[in-house]
Every structure is written in structure tokens, then in C-alpha cells.
Write a protein that binds this ligand. Structure first.
Ligand code: TMP
Length: 297
């Protein structure tokens, strides 16, 4: 206990000493933080996943919706389509989080899930002006501390890239309604394509699913080129696929990876600790990322 206490006390950021923060190599985390701090906040960029990373996993014991689930729970789609999307979720989500299957095996199944879901949404002839109401009516919630997170980054002119396999139009609406869609925020996601009468006819561009964020990052070289003077990255995700979000970053110097482990803690503890520098357990708030940003600004 004594040894644990003294290593915990070592940290420049006291929030990292909490019981619900797991780290495989505390010393390494401290080194990354010191190096990033020395370089200053004008060398920092933040890259974050959206669903269940910036938004909560559950609230009052109930699961919170992802971007896709927001539409599912709305009047914009029929009861039959809602049931089909729910069946898809129950078939494919357990595969998404199953650590016993290799990514290569899961990848085609994820493409299958996203393709089926998007085809179904297009068939529903969703209207563009139904989206804001769907978000207002939903139980989606940004994680506690979101105001500070978005506002601090904006205040210090630190770019925030939200990289999501969800739906861009819905995600933007969630942060717009929370009054935190500041000009320093850029989104890479699946965007809806509406016809001239405002009815969904397709999804734009290349599909982004949970395991191709690397390709998505490499397709957006323009964004990363602009941020070349910011070689220090704070990455936040909730899935192992999110670790690839920074693959487009040019001349990277340091990366601090914070992972939210929302679900199946025991089974996934080791793989998360091996991949993320800092693992936040349970339905964590944004207290730790906020403390890191405070330390670096
Ligand atoms: P993320 O990249 O922002 O985390 O978004 C991906 C999440 O969306 C992932 O956890 C699976 C979820 N999802 C649904 O909930 N329903 C769907 O129909 C699809 C295709 C994905």
C-alpha cells in the first residue's frame, strides 16, 4: 500500500491517482506529459472519437444512444425499421467488442453492419429537418465536464478533431444543441446526402466504420497538413479501432492515448491497458482529459 501511495503521489496531475484510472506504465505517462508541457499548448492537437467517448455510455442505469441509435429512437423511422436496426445492433455489437476474435475477422462483419444500417436509413426517406427534433428528444448526453472540455480547447485555440463512425449530421446537432460547436472543432464522419427536397438519398464519401479509421485518417491529409506545427496529440477513444485515428498526423512527437473502458471491464482490462496509456474505467467523466488539458495550457 505504501509503495502504491508513493508512486501515485508522484504525478503532476492529481486526477490520475484515482482508483478508476488504470495505467500500465505510470512513469511513461509522466514523461509524455512533461515533454508535451515543455512544448506548450500551441503544439497540441486533440483527436477524439464521439459515440460513448465524448457521450455517456449509460445514465440512471440505462444505455445512452449512439448517433445511429438517436435516429432509431425517433419518429423519423418506422417501427419495423427500428426493430431491424435493433436486431442488427444485437447481432453485431457483441462482435465489435469481442476480444477473442481478431480484427481481420471482425472487419467485414462491421462493414456488413454499417452497410445494412445505412441502406435501411436511406429507405426510410428521412427528412433533413427531422434531425434536430430527433436529437432534442433523445437521451444522448455528453459526458460530465463537457463544457470545460470544449470551452477550454476553444479558449486556447487548440484544434479538436472529432473522428466518428457515427453520423456527422447527428453528431453536429448534439454538440450544437449543447452550445459547444466552436470553430476549433472539425468533424470527420459519415455525412448524409439529401436531395433537393431535403430527403435522405445516400451517405456521402467513403464509409467510416469502427475498424477503418486509419484509412479515414489517411484520406484527410489536408487537415493534418494544416496542423503540421502541432506534433503533440491527445487521443481519446472507447474502442481499439480508435487508436488508428492519429495515423494521419504528420511529424508526430508525442501521443497520449486516453481510453474509456465502458463495458466488459474484466475481459477487456488487459487489452485496453496494453493499448491505451491511460484507461478510464466505468462511465467516467471528462475530469481526467480536462485536467490533462489544464496541465498542458
Ligand atoms: P464512434 O466511432 O463514434 O464510436 O461510432 C460508432 C458506434 O456506432 C459503434 O459503437 C457502433 C455504433 N452503431 C450503432 O449503434 N448502430 C448502428 O446501426 C451502427 C452501424 C453503429
Amino acid at each position: 500500500v505504501h509503495v502504491l501511495y508513493s508512486t501515485r503521489r508522484y504525478f503532476s496531475i492529481p486526477e490520475l491517482s484515482s482508483e478508476s484510472v488504470w495505467m500500465k506504465d505510470r512513469q511513461r505517462v509522466e514523461e509524455i506529459l512533461q515533454s508535451m508541457s515543455k512544448d506548450g499548448s500551441n503544439t497540441l492537437q486533440v483527436i477524439s472519437d464521439f459515440d460513448l467517448t465524448l457521450t455517456r455510455f449509460s445514465y440512471n442505469g440505462k444505455r445512452c444512444p449512439t448517433c445511429h441509435n438517436i435516429l432509431e429512437g425517433s419518429n423519423a423511422i418506422s417501427n419495423e425499421a427500428r426493430q431491424t436496426l435493433d436486431d442488427l445492433l444485437h447481432t453485431y455489437y457483441p462482435i465489435e467488442i469481442d476480444i477473442s476474435r481478431p480484427v481481420e475477422e471482425k472487419l467485414p462483419l462491421m462493414v456488413e453492419w454499417w452497410t445494412k444500417a445505412h441502406e435501411l436509413l436511406v429507405q426510410q426517406r428521412i427528412k433533413k429537418d427531422e434531425l434536430a427534433e430527433a436529437v432534442r428528444q433523445s437521451e444522448a448526453r455528453l459526458r460530465e465536464g463537457y463544457e470545460c472540455f470544449f470551452d477550454c480547447l476553444h479558449e486556447h485555440a487548440i484544434p479538436l478533431l472529432i473522428f466518428s463512425a457515427g453520423i456527422g449530421d447527428i453528431l453536429e446537432e448534439v454538440i450544437r444543441q449543447a452550445n459547444v460547436f466552436h470553430p476549433n472543432v472539425k468533424v470527420i464522419s459519415n455525412y448524409m446526402d439529401f436531395d433537393e427536397s431535403g430527403i435522405l438519398r445516400a451517405f456521402k464519401g467513403e464509409l467510416i466504420h469502427i475498424y477503418n479509421k486509419r484509412e479515414g485518417a489517411l484520406l484527410n491529409t489536408g487537415h493534418f497538413e494544416e496542423l503540421r506545427s502541432r506534433p503533440n496529440v491527445l487521443l481519446m477513444g472507447d474502442s481499439l479501432g480508435d487508436l488508428d485515428m492519429a495515423d494521419g498526423v504528420q511529424d508526430m512527437k508525442n501521443i497520449l492515448k486516453i481510453g474509456f473502458l465502458n463495458d466488459k471491464l474484466k475481459e477487456r482490462k488487459q487489452s485496453y491497458m496494453d493499448s491505451y496509456d491511460v484507461v478510464l474505467v466505468g462511465d467516467a467523466s471528462l475530469e481526467v482529459p480536462n485536467a490533462v488539458i489544464r496541465f498542458l495550457t
